[in-house]
Design a protein around this ligand. Sequence first.
Ligand code: DUC
Ligand code: ZN
Ligand code: ZN
Length: 474
Amino acid sequence: MSAPLDCVIRNARLATASDTVDCDIGIRAGRIAMLGDSLPQGSREIDAAGRTVTPGGIDAHCHLDQPMEPPVRMADNFDTGTRSAACGGTTTVIPFAAQAKGASLKAAVADYHQRADGKAHVDYAFHLIVSDPTEAVLTAELPALIREGYTSFKLYMTYDDLKLDDGQILDVLAVARREGAMAMIHAENADCIAWLTKKLEAAGQTAPRFHSHSRPMLVEREATHRAISLAELIDVPILIVHVSGREAVEQIRWARGRGLKIFAETCPQYLFLTAADLGIDDSYLGAKCVCSPPPRDASNQQVIWDGLADGLFTVLSSDHAPFNYDDPAGKKPGGREVPFAYIPNGIPGIETRLPLLYSEGVLGGRITINRFVELTSTQPAKAYGLHPRKGTIAVGSDADLVIWDHREVLLSNAMLHHAVDYTPYEGMSLRAWPGLTMLRGQIVWDGKQFTSPAGGGQFLRCGMPSILPSGVGH
Ligand code: DUC
Ligand code: ZN
Ligand code: ZN
């Protein structure tokens, strides 16, 4: 006879990417051990009658404790960032070990492990950021790291300290093809942004709202098209991150229509914010919503919703990039209100990602619960080689689960668990919030309190991507 169950969640309405079924969930030794009716008694019993249970979220694009140029510093480290993730229903995060130009990629990974070790409250893997593809990186460091379980990396087409030229991108994509890794691309045209920024500064247009004028959709469209073309030349899949609106979406639909393996990610800021949140006058408060690409307008929000519903998007991530607003290490570098080009880019959102999409997407009737699971858990797990251990509810998978409470929630920063002094979604009224989050069978959020023992998160070595684009032909 098998050992007794550690926990049974009774009467769950269980939703995966493919099915919704009513059953009990039996958990033993941190994994799903049984699914069925009338399971035997567990050491712990949880009644989920009338409530939906989904796999724990996987936030496959977030920035935690990433080294920045002083005086700027991220507000969240692995302790506060993953605490916030857990309370918002996310049980796995994939932040970035970033290579500095002139430095080794391996050293960046070693440093990042030190930052996470013993501090993370949810499981975590690392993407790499390749900013200096030297011969040593291309022929030795990167292939070795991919084989060790760092099977995805991000490439930038903008930001002076990170960007690669087209030849360098081709070199790195060739490694991705050879090794079977997933390349993520930040697609914005750096020279156009620099040129527009110079013009805006010369005209004295330096308030936060001009950030969006310096990064219009065409700079994203051009870079998206170029990234697709470079990937086609190498014949390798890529994933375009943080897609913000119509013009990039059109490029991705075009590429899919040609049968190219182009994956795409979007983020809540492109569904719930617009350029107006960067300011309609020259107020510095708009700095709170300075991120790249910038939020667009209501019609572009609809384009992003359509892409979520119809299969264009592969994943929805937070791009949590946590900087305090009122802080010399944050949005006011050195304690000053600076021109937009010097405002640290990024907004917090690791805790609000799932509740926003569940509330306004699922309960708002825009996407099915199964598509919600696919976008926020199953496909990130497949794209980054964590499936089926993560990303689903199946016998043998980790018992990473969220039980959803359908209730009215008035969003405020005071209720969140990050270390950031604001949320861009302050005052929004939501229809649901995670009532319980479980990581490998342990409750880390009980609906009222963060309940994780210190540093219970484990490092995950990623396998190879196991995903094909859906929606080919869109
Ligand atoms: N844009 C990025 O590319 N990364 C972090 C935050 C942001 O706004
Ligand atoms: Zn980016
Ligand atoms: Zn990012």
